[in-house]
Design a protein around this ligand. Structure first.
Ligand SMILES: Nc1nc2c(ncn2[C@@H]2O[C@H](COP(=O)(O)OP(=O)(O)OP(=O)(O)O)[C@@H](O)[C@H]2O)c(=O)[nH]1
Length: 148
């Protein structure tokens, strides 16, 4: 799954960069606490996180719902700060699908989730799609056991 904090730029603009950092740390801690120990978790950059769960779509949906609920109830140092995340889910079947198509599917699902939350149609990415796929590959590779 790909997880992206909603309207994160406005959080920075309205409450300051330090509060933005605090939100990112809290969201990262929620992701870590809600996902199973064997999940691969990484930060793609900015306000976007990647989670690969080896346990199937149904479980992933449940984890996504739990993350959503925990972020919605997040207590930050600013009382009127309401946080939410958008989550894109896609399955990765060993041997049948490459990481690139998985990432593109998850990214599409994230885009859909974002669109249903707001009227943002254009998403400007800081990284090109190519770089993002390389980062995902690096995150996943880092967690693979060394062979030999
Ligand atoms: N506080 C803080 N801000 C960061 C960090 N890394 C990136 N950012 C900021 O995160 C913001 C991300 O903004 P966008 O990519 O426009 O995303 P968004 O405002 O969440 O918009 P949507 O994803 O469409 O909801 C940018 O303003 C970056 O400067 C960081 O480590 N800490």
């Amino acid at each position: 799954m790909l997880i992206d904090v909603d309207q994160f730029k406005s959080i920075n603009d309205k409450f300051g960069h330090a509060v933005g950092d605090d939100v990112l740390i809290n969201v990262a801690q929620i992701i870590l606490s809600q996902c199973p120990d064997d999940a691969i978790i990484g930060r793609l950059g900015g306000d976007e996180f990647i989670v690969v769960i080896p346990e199937g779509l149904q479980n992933a949906k449940q984890f996504a719902q739990n993350i959503n609920a925990a972020v919605n109830n997040l207590d930050t140092i600013i009382t009127d700060l309401q946080c939410s995340v958008s989550i894109g889910l896609a399955t990765l079947t060993k041997g049948e699908q490459d990481i690139r198509s998985w990432f593109e599917a998850a990214d599409k699902a994230l885009y859909k989730a974002k669109k249903s939350r707001s009227q943002h149609v254009d998403r400007i990415r800081k990284l090109s799609q190519y770089n993002r796929i390389q980062i995902v590959q690096a995150v996943v590779l880092l967690h693979q056991p060394l062979s030999g």
